[in-house]
Design a protein around this ligand. Structure first.
Ligand SMILES: [Zn+2]
Length: 191
């Protein structure tokens, strides 16, 4: 799809939806989706050891949090220092591990009052550009859900389950942000 067609379609769709000015389409997996796909198709190296040290262990939800920040910054076109975040998920481990990855990878931290974790049956993320109010909404891809379905129950540090969980995290880290999340950007600013 050409950039022009993609942008026009997205803007029309979003003008009707909630009255927002502009919006990117969902970056569906498995196809070339023009600028969204090109912007988000990287498999940039993540600081896995830094994430592990910060959070205490390495699991796929940490990778999801880190990739979500990456996709939001690309979709919104702003650095991670401008983000605030709402992490919606089950309020227990391992899903809320995502919140630590968001804090590690952005300025959306608890101490700055720029992150909230809300109860949700389905994991999703909202990132808001502090300056414009533009918002990126992220939901998991089928590929991410399939990977998470292989997550074993956690039996404690150093156990077989711990090693399997870390292996799944390292597998997830080989996937691009757009393979793990679908992203829609709601623009409040006209730019
Ligand atoms: Zn964790």
């Amino acid at each position: 799809m050409s950039r022009t067609v993609w942008r026009t379609g997205a803007m029309l769709a979003t003008s009707a939806w909630l009255g927002y000015w502009a919006c990117s389409g969902w970056a569906h997996e498995g196809h070339d989706h023009g600028p969204a796909r090109r912007r988000t198709g990287s498999t940039a190296a993540l600081d896995l050891e830094g994430l592990k040290k910060f959070h205490g262990h390495l699991g796929p939800y940490l990778i999801l949090g880190a990739r979500a920040v990456e996709l939001a910054t690309q979709g919104l076109g702003v650095p991670a220092t401008r983000l605030s975040a709402v992490v919606s998920c089950h309020l227990n481990s391992p899903e809320r591990c995502m919140a630590d990855a968001v804090q590690f990878c952005s300025d959306a931290t608890y101490g700055r009052g720029r992150i909230a974790v809300l109860r949700s049956a389905v994991p999703r993320m909202h990132f808001v550009d502090q300056e414009t109010g533009d918002t990126a909404v992220l939901v998991l891809t089928d590929k991410a859900r399939a990977l998470l379905a292989r997550l074993p129950g956690y039996s404690g540090p150093g156990t077989d389950s711990d090693q399997k969980i870390e292996a799944l995290a390292r597998e997830a880290a080989t996937m691009s942000a757009a393979e793990l999340w679908q992203c829609r950007v709601l623009r409040l600013s006209d730019r």
